[in-house]
Design a protein around this ligand. Structure first.
Ligand SMILES: N[C@@H](CCC(=O)N[C@@H](CS)C(=O)NCC(=O)O)C(=O)O
Length: 295
């Protein structure tokens, strides 16, 4: 950095020569943010009876994988059956030695495939979608053009969502102070992203044309929720109803049974939820349960 003080820095604040981790930054997730990786405590991950063991939470990144697994089961791929264990990131479960062995990046979701001789770990939700699509030959175009389009949108989602969650969501809803510059910067970017999707979905039923694919499963939990006004209380601020094609597409996916099943798994909040899933019947029961009457 140059020696000159940048204009606009708050009075009394000068970045130190070397940054030190001395205080919590404040904000909703300050307690779990650390500048170092690795485990904080020894604890193995539990292993259930199914071929796939998912360690996750029902946030958009987690929902991608439970929707994918439910779609595969709906297609008749019994080998996609799974146990979904709750990882409570607010309590630091992602820093256990077992979780770090499954995902050195300490973020949900983490997936283990126990169907072979040795367990295989997969981390990063985009990698999981491609791994599962290839393993079961499903929800993934096979022709080179279709595959290129599908992979492009999956990677688009993985590259774009941090601007939505870590940028817009953080500064609009979670930061301890409202910084106009940061909110403007990220609002501009996520509105641009929504417009990218809206223009594409004006010409395409799904992200890769007529066929529903892992590109839709990657994008829907984030941008479907955003366009339906379900993220960060930002519906009016970003005029989410104006993205008509994204709304049409989001409604079509929300109507799918697998999406309705997958979205409640590893969820501990909201009207319908299921903290852990070890059998399909648990989702049936959670979906059929009457919401608890308000006190
Ligand atoms: N690129 C990763 C992002 C995963 C991610 O950011 N997970 C968040 C929850 S949505 C998390 O586990 N945060 C906990 C932490 O940062 O300690 C993926 O798609 O798998």
């Amino acid at each position: 950095m140059s020696e000159e003080k940048r204009p606009g820095l708050p009075e009394g604040y000068e970045p130190a020569k070397v940054w030190k981790w001395e205080t919590e930054s404040g904000g909703r997730f300050a307690k779990i943010n650390r500048p170092i990786a690795g485990a904080t405590h020894e604890k193995d991950l539990p292993v259930g009876k199914h071929p796939f063991q998912l360690y996750s939470l029902g946030t958009p990144n987690g929902v991608k994988i439970t929707v994918m697994l439910e779609e595969l089961l709906a297609l008749g791929h019994k080998g996609a059956d799974y146990d979904a264990w709750l990882i409570n990131i607010g309590d630091g479960d992602q820093f256990s030695s077992g979780f770090v062995a499954a995902n050195p990046n300490s973020k949900i979701p983490a997936l283990m495939d126990h169907s072979g001789a040795e367990p295989i770990r997969i981390f990063e939700s985009g990698a999981m979608l491609v791994y599962l699509a290839e393993k079961f030959g499903a929800l993934y175009p096979q022709d080179p053009t279709g595959k290129a389009e599908c992979l492009s949108w999956v990677f688009w989602q993985m590259a774009s969502a941090p601007f939505l969650g870590g940028g817009f969501g953080h500064f609009y809803a979670y930061a301890p102070i409202a910084i106009e510059y940061a909110i403007d910067r990220y609002t501009m970017e996520i509105k641009r992203q929504l417009d990218v999707l809206d223009r594409h979905l004006a010409e395409n039923t799904y992200m890769c044309g007529d066929e529903y694919s892992i590109a839709d499963i990657a994008i829907w939990p984030w941008y479907g929720a955003l366009a339906k006004g379900q993220l960060y209380g930002s519906a009016e601020f970003i005029e989410c109803h104006t993205y008509k094609n994204v709304n049409r597409w989001a409604d079509a996916i929300a109507a799918r049974e697998a999406a309705q099943r997958g979205r409640i798994v590893n969820r501990t909040w909201g009207e319908k939820n299921l903290a852990e899933r070890h059998d399909a019947s648990e989702i049936d029961a959670a979906l059929a349960a009457e919401p608890e009457a308000a006190e």
